[in-house]
Design a binder for this molecule. Structure first.
Ligand code: ATP
Length: 629
């Protein structure tokens, strides 16, 4: 077995470069060594940057990686701050807890209390909106942000607009964290731990699943990802990070009032994540630093320029944001990466194939076993009958082609037999199971894998990462295991399998290239490699030969023949008649949603109805169907 490195390699030209890991560790060391020599004011500022960055890290995951938007993170910060403030200062809480918890431990109870509230609220909001696409989550978070802000301001027991005072400092093993100097250290340690955990999460099977959310629900579900569940979990994770930030804030500030948790601040957090670079964890830190420092400077400079005090910084700040976003659409972090690429290269992964665990394997069904069976499948869109009592089967060890003119109902049928949509009438059985209203991920779980007519890849991610997503259901490590690097052997196996499929499909030279940089035909092959990485029993290919050159089609034909020989059942929707007739064992022809013929390629090529309907009239002779030998 190949024991080479499986991760992304530094590909830069020229002399030796520093790895990002080295640069990061050096930067942390510089910060740690210089901390005690920084002026008080800088330490306070650094503390705030750390607190904001913690919230922005959650937003990077949510928005930049997962494709969801939240304006309500400030409210979760408020939950963390008020929960601990209440537990530590309220006489009621003191009375309730005095016999259970010693006073110095109250902040930890406060943290737990805040995390539980945030978890419950985020889970409820996430579950309600998780299945809905579009603007529901942003609207929900606005409503949540507004209502919580007014709740803080109007509740007597939370101190109303004046807030709660007298919050004690944190104590760690008898060591009081009672100054910004000390709290700053703790804040940055927490931030760095959070960055490490989130980095590990993103660099895992679960991270790929999170990224797949941005590729659209249909694609992600077809890979076996429960998208609603992942969205909810991601929203909860971002909320928990914001809550921890709020808890630290309360113990640094030692009092809380509603103002820092209003909707404006929620929008500012979003700015930090987006300006920093929405898809990059370190972008959160950069965004938090830039915006905090900018605000600080503007608050000093603008009143001096205008000769009067006022919130001028808000106006200038807004204009600057528009400019930055217009000029650096992907955020500042990718720009910084580009500028420093000459000296700093991405660090290589330390995963070795030799460390790999075993992935789940599926036993191939004996040749001829019926894998998929559509029985009188009818699909109506209003008055339009897109599929009319379509019946067909797919057996192990065969290539079955589904052909028909544009609009014949092929894609609709594909959707019916892969869980994207449900038939209006009729039934679909897969691997002996009746798939009534089953989602795509259920089909994937049973061994069905597919490609798409319109390629659905994550364009900015490498070919390797895209293909590895296909193996999602063959591995099992969850979020916590990934964060703590307890998934490395399994991850090595997933990447090894992805590499194997990429090489098998002839794309070995493109493993580390972003998928979007490949030609469209190659991207279709990447989709096939991704489908194969799931170790399927049945493969549904939607126009796999579209965009391929002659030689590439021949290579694809060879690959599909080999897969057929290995016992896979392959259903192909294709317009290229030469490709189909050369490859298929059976052909089914659809016209206006109805099966008009089914049989061997020879029978189909000689079928008068097919020639009339599909090839444009009876004047076509059978031999005119071009077949490439
Ligand atoms: N969601 C939908 N709502 C309404 N009509 C639809 C929907 N999806 C498909 N149709 C209609 O159903 C019919 C069959 O479409 P379908 O996309 O399945 O055909 P096709 O054979 O895949 O065509 P092509 O080869 O061009 O992809 C078409 O008339 C199409 O307009």
């Amino acid at each position: 077995m190949n024991t080479g490195s499986l991760g992304t390699r530094a590909t830069g030209k020229g002399g030796a470069k520093l790895g990002t890991r080295t640069v990061t560790l050096a930067a942390i060391a510089v910060l740690a060594l210089s901390w005690n020599f920084l002026p008080d004011f800088t330490q306070v500022l650094m503390g705030y940057i750390g607190l904001y960055a913690l919230v922005a890290v959650g937003l990077v995951l949510l928005t930049g990686v997962g494709g969801m938007t939240s304006f309500g993170q400030a409210a979760f910060v408020g939950v963390g701050a008020y929960a601990t403030a209440f537990i530590c200062t309220s006489p009621v809480a003191a009375q309730l807890l005095s016999s259970w918890v010693a006073a110095p431990l109250l902040p930890w109870v406060g943290l737990l209390f805040g995390l539980v509230i945030a978890f419950v609220v985020a889970w409820i909001l996430g579950s309600i909106t998780g299945k809905l696409q579009g603007h529901y989550l942003p609207l929900c978070t606005i409503a949540w942000g507004l209502s919580l802000y007014y709740l803080f301001g109007n509740m007597e027991f939370l101190g109303g607009q004046t807030g709660l005072r007298g919050i004690p400092p944190l104590a760690l093993g008898g060591f009081l964290l009672d100054s910004p100097r000390r709290m700053g250290v703790v804040i940055w340690i927490v931030l760095l731990i959070a960055l490490w955990l989130m980095h590990n999460l993103l660099d895992s099977r679960e991270g790929r699943a999170i990224r797949s959310l941005k590729g659209g629900q249909i694609m992600a579900e077809s890979m076996g990802v429960n998208t609603a569940h992942y969205r909810t979990k991601l929203f909860v994770l971002a909320a928990l990070l914001a809550t921890i930030s709020g808890w630290l804030y309360a113990h640094m500030q030692r009092f809380v009032s509603p103002a820092p948790f209003n909707l404006n601040i929620g929008i500012e957090y979003l700015f930090m994540a987006v300006v920093g670079g929405a898809g990059h964890l370190w972008g959160a830190v950069l965004g938090a630093a830039v915006i905090t420092l900018l605000k600080e400077k503007l608050q000093d400079i603008l009143p001096a320029i205008f000769g009067t005090s006022g919130n001028f910084e808000v106006i200038v700040f807004g204009l600057l944001m528009v400019l930055v976003l217009q000029r650096f659409a992907g955020g500042l972090w990718p720009t910084l990466q580009r500028l420093t690429a000459r000296w700093i290269a991405p660090s290589t992964s330390r995963l070795q194939a030799g460390d790999a665990a075993q992935l789940d394997q599926r036993q191939p069904a004996p040749a001829g076993t019926v894998l998929l069976e559509a029985d009188n499948v009818t699909k109506r869109f209003g008055g339009l009958v897109a599929n009319n009592k379509v019946a067909m089967t797919l057996a192990a060890g065969e290539v079955h082609a589904l052909i028909g003119p544009n609009g014949a109902g092929k894609s609709t049928f594909f959707n019916m037999i892969s869980g994207v949509d449900s038939p209006t009438e009729g039934s679909v059985r897969f691997m002996g199971e009746t798939m009534r209203d089953a989602p795509s991920r259920r089909y994937a779980g049973l061994g069905l894998s597919r490609t798409f007519q319109h390629v659905r890849l994550l364009g900015t991610r490498t070919v390797l990462e895209n293909v590895a997503l296909g193996a999602h259901l063959r591995a099992h490590k969850g979020w916590v295991a990934s964060m703590l690097l307890r998934d490395r052997r399994e991850e090595a196996a997933v990447l090894a399998e992805a590499r194997r499929q990429i090489e098998r499909c002839g794309l070995g030279a493109f493993v580390d290239q972003p998928a979007a940089s490949l030609a469209l035909g190659q991207q279709r092959i990447v989709e096939i490699a991704r489908a194969l990485a799931s170790g399927p029993s049945a493969l549904l290919l939607d126009e796999p030969a579209a965009g391929l050159r002659h030689l590439e089609k021949q290579t694809l034909t060879e690959l599909l023949r080999q897969l057929r020989a290995e016992g896979l059942g392959i259903l192909v929707v294709e317009h290229d008649m030469g490709f189909v007739m050369n490859l298929a064992d059976r052909v089914t022809v659809l016209e206006f949603g109805t099966v008009i013929a089914s049989g061997t390629p020879e029978q189909i090529q000689n079928d008068k109805r097919v020639l009339d309907a599909y090839l444009g009239g009876g004047e076509n002779e059978p031999h005119e169907v071009e077949v490439t030998p």
